[in-house]
Design a protein around this ligand. Structure first.
Ligand code: PLP
Ligand code: COI
Length: 353
């Protein structure tokens, strides 16, 4: 990693959309800030670092990412504190995960300093787009895709790295009714479930639609072999509080190593709460729900934040959780306090722009 300042050419928009944007009615991913960051990879190096007005980009219909899915992304957020300070939450973790995705998808890595500086520069240019209301933030979407206009099934030699940003409010508006998914599989051992590969999300769309048709908001993905162990909750990690212990599936090939997950585990440990990262049998969850020791369950993710689970359905039985979720309520408040600069950031998670 180098610490040189990135040479970014900045072209600002002459028609800001800020004044006409309704910040009280934000739908996730619909509203984009005025600018985007764009860089190119060719001849073995990253170049052409630019911040330009958000807009369409011209591409060949033959680019390999459209055909073979060499595309992956990240998701992180910027927050505005009461005193006007702007911080991005743990961008170093996203940079590292981005490169894990790059390795798995045979794409070039992006130096961590380019990842972080591009985001910091973009957020700085569009800092007026960061909402200030409670639970609101600027969602940041860095992504890379293959651009060789060539139909051979080989890794592309050229790529684009782009960063978009969207002002967002809460992703979920209510506690979630979830089902344990035992038919479809999100990821298998040896596959690329641990990567934020675009294809993982395409494959989840049909199962998600079926779950919605059955009246569920989300599904708990289970292992590909036996469908007996919990893995994730939709596009978030899943966590349970049983008998006062915080329990979550350990990360492996099939589970995304979530930044929120890591953050929650660190906070729980700071609070002296026992934490278990292990295989989590669905039968253990059901038993805990039946005997009353399952006191909390939630999804943890950047978009999802801390998303409480209201009920879990498994084999035609619905297990409803009590509304008294002491841990996730306290956790969500503390996490927000850190991100909005109201609590001391003892771990150094806020990257100030
Ligand atoms: N799991 C999946 C499949 C996701 O898409 C996400 C969202 O990024 C997460 C987990 C949570 O990860 P993070 O907390 O880094 O956003
Ligand atoms: C995120 O939380 O950043 C995600 O990637 C979830 C998303 C696909 C909306």
């Amino acid at each position: 990693m180098t610490t040189e300042t990135l040479d970014i050419k900045i072209t600002k928009t002459t028609h800001s959309r800020l004044a006409e944007t309704d910040f009280s009615n934000l739908v996730f991913g619909h509203t984009f800030a005025d600018h985007m960051f764009v860089a190119d990879y060719a001849d073995g190096e990253w170049k052409n670092f630019q911040i330009v007005p958000y807009g369409e980009i011209g591409l060949s219909p033959a680019i390999s990412s459209l055909h073979y899915g060499q595309a992956f992304f990240e998701g992180l957020k910027a927050y505005k504190h009461e005193d006007g300070t702007v911080s991005v939450f743990r961008p170093d973790k996203n940079a590292a995960r981005f490169n894990k995705s790059a390795q798995r998808l045979c794409a070039p890595e992006l130096p961590v300093d380019i990842f972080i500086q591009s985001i910091a520069a973009l957020v700085d240019v569009d800092r007026d787009w960061i909402p200030t209301a409670d639970n609101h933030s600027l969602y940041i979407r860095p992504f890379m895709f293959a651009t060789d206009p060539y139909l051979g099934v080989v890794p592309s030699k050229t790529y684009k790295f782009i960063v978009l940003t969207c002002p967002v409010g809460p992703y979920f508006s209510k506690t979630l009714r979830v089902k344990v998914e035992t038919e479809y599989t999100r990821a298998a051992e040896g596959g690329f479930g641990f990567a934020k590969a675009a294809g993982n999300y395409a494959g989840a769309m049909l199962p998600t639609r079926h779950a919605a048709e059955q009246g569920f908001d989300q599904m708990i993905w289970t292992d590909a072999k036996e469908h007996l162990y919990a893995e994730e909750l939709g596009a978030a990690n899943v966590m349970f509080v049983i008998d006062g212990k915080l329990i979550t599936p350990s990360t492996r090939d099939t589970v995304l190593d979530g930044v929120t997950r890591d953050t929650v585990l660190a906070i729980a440990r700071d609070w002296g709460m026992p934490v278990e990262e292990r295989r989590v049998a669905i039968s253990d969850i059901v038993e805990a729900a039946q005997n009353g020791t399952l006191t909390d369950a939630f999804g943890a993710g950047t978009a999802a934040t801390i998303a409480p689970i209201g009920s879990i359905s498994y084999q035609d039985q619905e297990y409803t959780l009590s509304d008294n979720r002491e841990f996730s309520t306290k956790l969500f408040k503390h996490l927000n306090d850190i991100r909005y600069g109201r609590a001391t950031d003892t771990h150094g998670w806020n990257y100030v722009v």
